[in-house]
Design a protein around this ligand. Sequence first.
Ligand code: HEC
Length: 250
Amino acid sequence: MKKMILLPLVAALSLSAASEGEKLFDAKCGICHLKTRPSDKSSLVAPPLMGVMRHVKMNYQDRDEAVAFIGAYVLEPKREKAVCMPHSIKRFGLMPSQKGVVSKEELAVIASWMYDTTGGMKKGMKKGMKKKGVSPFLITKGLPHLTGMLKKRWDDKTLALTDTQKKELLRIRKSTLKAVKKLKPQVAALEKEIKTMLQEGVKESKINRKIDELAKLKARASKVHVECLIKTRAVLTKEQLRALMQKRRF
Ligand code: HEC
């Protein structure tokens, strides 16, 4: 009996996802998440919709992934999973789980609406992502990008990389690039945000907190870099490593 009522309801919901999504959001999330930025931010109990989605989209560019992330987070919020700024959690506390308040099916509709109703990444963010100038690393000089150097001399006879080594090196490079690629747009966006805050005359202490966040992100990228270096070094023989580093000086 229960199923018979539920199924057509779910079907109906997905058919008119756009408007149903907004209605459901208003009913289930709107008490805490405002749809517009209020003039008086001191009364906020949670980040407004735009802010939430800005960070979700920075981390999950793919629509399906973003929708899945929101669905999972709402039922089981966790600090480690959160994509919002750390100070957001400090200020508002962790979001209380909405298990029992909202169903998975409803969440899919709500999250899709949230994704579609908010704009794409800001122009500056996209530009920052593409621009080579923004380095995601804390340490920008002195640490070699070993796998990049190796790629350039992939079939070099003096190096004589074996197939097994190549396979392992590619695996290391892939996971490193993936991690750095995720951090880069966040670094670019933060740098831009800091510049804007400065132009808008935001309090120095607030700007400094952003700089701390930026430093943390860049440190994470440099740790990824160092991990990659160590792993790459472990794959190479001493002779290969020496040959690689020697050429580098000239
Ligand atoms: C009782 C208040 C409350 C309700 C109701 C609520 N939220 Fe939240 N939500 C918060 C707070 C506070 C945060 C910021 C702290 C955090 O991220 O956990 C947040 C953060 C989020 C985030 C960002 C998660 C991240 O990575 O930091 C998403 C996405 C989100 N909420 C979605 C929803 C959706 C969808 C609903 C409705 C089904 C909803 N919330 C209902 C309070 C609420």
